[in-house]
Design a protein around this ligand. Structure first.
Ligand code: UT7
Length: 333
């Protein structure tokens, strides 16, 4: 079977920077609390009329340019998002139209913070088996229009930001380089630990004024933060080890770990658990917050742009998020 690789990466972040200080004007919080607990200094918010597919399209075009490919080369679109432009149809179709890729298969992956790793795994299978030559994988999120930006929602609201990044996956030009393996997991019993309950098909009516303005704020994300935090540290370390073991390498062999950006403290604890040095771990949460499905490709993009990621390096991508879901991918860049 042939090996697949990421041939080009692109990104798109809104221009509007929202600092921790800006948030103190909306809710009872402080720059000190946010930085100490999460490592976040600022995040980006869209203008309110930008959907996930709009930013995804910009990121995709850049990824195509970097891959040296025309849009007509793409044979399938996998779009990871938890904040689709509309409830239905999937954002993948809106993106497809914006990119002029009419007729090719397209679908959304609704796997929250693990969305990119899951989508990459899907693309890897398609390319490896020869089903498609080039698959476009996009992670894009507009969180800012769905957050409770009052003191009630502060534990969740301060951590999320908007952003997008995309990757073109295709046959690796060098059989020794590319995606070595992917590892996916989920545990639905914890779905309620981090979720947005409404609107939903099991509610009649699906949406009421009370769900928005009532004391429960059921349309906003709710999280048992400490619970999620503990699971994230354990599962991330576990799934990174799984990827290393599957390829007969150790953490010391890893040139770069590009973890999901949910909380700097989570990534520091995972690094400590695996004995990784700071220079082996890519973190950019300080500038973007948690952009869920976009966070890993956004960090990957920056690692490439800054020259931190070089050909031949051993790289691990790892994610954990709502569901719970978690996963990893090991690549020889
Ligand atoms: O991306 C998907 C996966 N997500 C994650 O992995 C996130 C995991 N969880 C976390 O990152 C952390 O749990 C948070 C950053 C969300 C919260 O940090 P924490 O250290 O777990 O704080 P906490 O929720 O236990 O709250 C501690 C205190 C509480 O006050 P009391 O009860 O001790 O008086 C909160 O009310 O901090 C208060 N608090 C805040 N204070 C200022 C909660 N949010 C804020 C805030 N500003 N934004």
């Amino acid at each position: 079977m042939r090996r697949s690789h990421i041939l080009g990466v692109g990104h798109c972040v809104p221009e509007h920077v929202v600092t921790n200080q800006d948030l103190t004007r909306l809710m009872d919080t402080s720059d000190e609390w946010i930085q100490q607990r999460t490592g976040i200094r600022e995040r980006r918010y869209s203008d309110g009329c930008t959907g996930a597919s709009d930013m995804g399209a910009v990121a995709a075009k850049e990824a195509l340019t970097r891959a040296g490919l025309d849009a007509s080369a793409i044979q399938c679109i996998v779009f990871a998002t938890l904040s689709p432009d509309v409830d239905m149809p999937a954002s993948a179709f809106l993106l497809q139209e914006k990119l002029g890729m009419s007729g090719i298969p397209a679908f959304d992956v609704r796997n929250q913070c693990s969305g990119f790793v899951y989508s990459l795994a899907v693309a890897d299978q398609f390319v490896k088996t020869g089903a498609y030559d080039y698959v476009l994988v996009v992670g894009s999120e507009v969180h800012s229009t769905g957050l409770d930006l009052s003191t009630r929602g502060r534990d969740v609201a301060v951590i999320f930001g908007d952003g997008a990044a995309a990757a073109v996956v295709g046959p690796s030009p060098d059989p020794d380089r590319g995606i070595l393996s992917t590892h996916l997991h989920a545990e639905g019993k914890y779905a309620e630990k981090l979720w947005v309950e409404a609107p939903g098909s099991r509610l009649r009516p699906r949406l009421t004024e009370e769900m928005i303005t009532g004391p429960d704020g059921r349309v906003f994300p709710h999280m048992e933060g400490r619970y999620v935090f503990r699971h994230a540290v354990v599962r991330l370390a576990e799934v990174i080890r799984e990827a290393l073991d599957a390829n007969g390498v150790s953490a010391a062999d890893l040139d770069l770990l590009i973890p999901h950006q949910a909380n700097l403290r989570i990534n520091q604890m995972v690094a400590g658990e695996l004995g990784l040095r700071d220079e082996q771990v890519v973190n950019n949460i300080d500038r973007y917050g948690n952009t869920t499905a976009a966070s890993i490709p956004l960090a990957l993009y920056e690692a490439l742009e800054t020259g931190r990621l070089q050909p031949g390096m051993l790289v691990c991508l790892a994610a954990f998020g709502a569901g719970f879901t978690w996963g990893s991918a090991l690549l020889r860049w």
